[in-house]
Design a protein around this ligand. Structure first.
Ligand code: ZN
Ligand code: ZN
Length: 254
């Protein structure tokens, strides 16, 4: 009796191992964006890689907007020189445009949660300046009704993946969305700002006092959502608030 039980568990162990071998080794790795076969797991094929704009210095010291030429160490872009924002610095991995949309939205709408690991590693690298010395990662929260529909919060998955790559701890659910805001894809910058006004709050019993915080999200477009989150975090006493996203539209507010 004992012997056959042991045999059964060994057999199931072997089957599980075989299953892993199939997943890890025998099936060829696929491009994260288009699904073409590639040499390495968690990679893009040459065509997708070539179409996506990855940000690199020289860039605006505040928002990370790339400059065509070196502009000096603390140079600001025109928008950052003009506007005061509640966050201190923002960084993103890649440009949000027609070439990257499928890859970026795959995490949110495509149930392609396996993308989070690769994205987290990219964000950890691209965000090294804002992650250095940071105390907490704060994913932009979903309203619970939306979380219920979608089953996961893509910003929280990214924050966990950045943590797994060596980033600071994730303050999951410290910031909450207290009202459901209409989808803002079709709204202009001013309407987006009104849309998220008062939408966020600090969970009772949590304190951001003196903390250096990095807000994590998938896409930065007008920046209205992270601005509102940053305002709430600063008011709650955060020492600094930075923003780290996978993608951003080239002009914040544009
Ligand atoms: Zn591809
Ligand atoms: Zn800037």
């Amino acid at each position: 009796m004992l012997k056959s039980a042991t045999f059964a568990s060994k057999a199931s162990y072997r089957l599980r191992r075989l299953g892993r071998a199939v997943v890890d080794g025998i099936l060829p790795p696929r491009c994260l964006s288009c699904g073409e076969m590639v040499d390495e797991p968690d990679a893009l094929c040459g065509r997708c890689w070539g179409g996506i704009t990855f940000f690199a210095p020289p860039w605006c010291v505040a928002c990370g907007l790339p400059f065509p030429h070196p502009m000096g160490e603390n140079a600001l872009c025109a928008a950052c020189a003009r506007e005061r924002r509640s966050w201190n610095r923002a960084r993103a991995v890649l440009r949000y445009d027609k070439n990257s949309r499928r890859l970026v939205l795959g995490l949110k709408h495509g149930d392609r949660t396996h993308l989070a690991g690769a994205f987290g590693r990219w964000m950890h690298r691209a965000g090294s300046e804002v992650l250095a010395g940071a105390d907490l990662l704060v994913p932009v929260p979903l309203h619970w009704t939306r979380l219920f529909q979608r089953r996961y919060n893509q910003a929280a998955l990214l924050a966990q993946a950045i943590r797994s790559s060596g980033g600071p701890p994730v303050a999951a659910d410290w910031l909450v969305r207290r009202r459901r805001t209409p989808a803002q894809g079709h709204l202009g910058p001013a309407a987006r700002e009104r849309n998220v006004r008062g939408a966020f709050a600090i969970r009772a019993g949590r304190s951001f006092a003196g903390k250096r915080v990095v807000i994590v999200d998938d896409v930065l477009t007008t920046g209205a959502t992270v601005e509102e989150c940053a305002r709430v975090l600063k008011r709650a006493g955060a020492a600094s608030v930075s923003v780290l996203t996978l993608a951003r539209a080239l002009r914040i507010g544009g």
